[in-house]
Design a protein around this ligand. Structure first.
Ligand code: C5P
Length: 221
């Protein structure tokens, strides 16, 4: 038994939603609370790692002993992660990154012109941050261990294994529905090369500690 199984590791955790601006006062986001990612950061710190959180807009306190960078958009998040990645040994991608962003963000607040005309939004795809990090040389060589998340509404087992391969990560963690956004409890399905393992419903911090243990075991095996 090793009390600090992540000693010597630098764990980078992305958490929360992203916010994609439409104009200076409006934007699109999602219902991610950031609770799971923050719990993982706390658990990784308890396990002896140096931990940095890259957090989208959430109203959560920073876990003690954890470094934090606040970001808004997916592109901001990618830039911050890119700066921190060279020294990281584990990347846990718990953020709910927006798949799309408005093609343009207006420089000034969009105004009603009184005619009843409504603005139309068009979108461009955001980069898949996790997939691009997982394809980097350090991840490929095993120097950076990447963990992805999946929130599927149905057929989780099938989708999670397919997603793990598509993202190119050794470990993918599925949220076992119903939607867990904002709740304190969750249940997880861990999917790796070997198969699947369920972590039954429990408070997110309990699950985070179990997940950190699972990651530590895979780093040393
Ligand atoms: O494809 P999907 O959004 O379901 O994948 C979820 C996983 O991919 C999460 O780990 C999330 O943090 C990551 N992701 C990402 N960049 C995106 C979309 C998702 O890193 N643009």
């Amino acid at each position: 038994f090793q009390p600090k199984p992540l000693a010597g590791q630098h764990v980078l955790v992305s958490a929360g939603p992203t916010f994609e601006a439409i104009d200076p006062v409006r934007g699109l986001t999602n219902l991610s609370s950031g609770k799971m990612g923050f719990a993982i950061a706390r658990a990784a710190h308890e396990a002896g790692a140096q931990v940095t959180l890259v957090a989208g807009p959430v109203g959560l306190p920073t876990p003690r002993g954890v470094g934090r960078v606040n970001v808004k958009s997916a592109l901001n998040m990618q830039k911050s992660l890119d700066l921190l990645l060279p020294s990281a040994t584990v990347f846990v991608s718990a953020a709910a990154v927006a798949d799309w962003r408005p093609a343009q963000s207006a420089e000034h607040k969009i105004k009603k012109d009184g005619s009843g005309a409504v603005p139309t939004l068009s979108f461009v795809e955001n980069p898949d941050i996790l997939a691009s990090i997982a394809a980097s040389p350090r991840a490929k060589s095993g120097a950076l261990y990447c963990v992805g998340f999946a929130a599927e509404s149905h057929d989780l087992e099938e989708h999670a294994q397919a997603k793990r391969k598509r993202k190119g990560v050794p470990l993918l963690v599925g949220n076992i529905g119903p939607a867990t956004f904002g709740q304190d409890d969750n249940a997880l399905l861990l999917v790796d090369e070997q198969g699947m393992k369920e972590l039954p419903r429990a408070p997110k911090l309990v699950l985070a500690r179990q997940l950190v243990g699972e990651i530590a075991r895979r780093l040393t095996s």
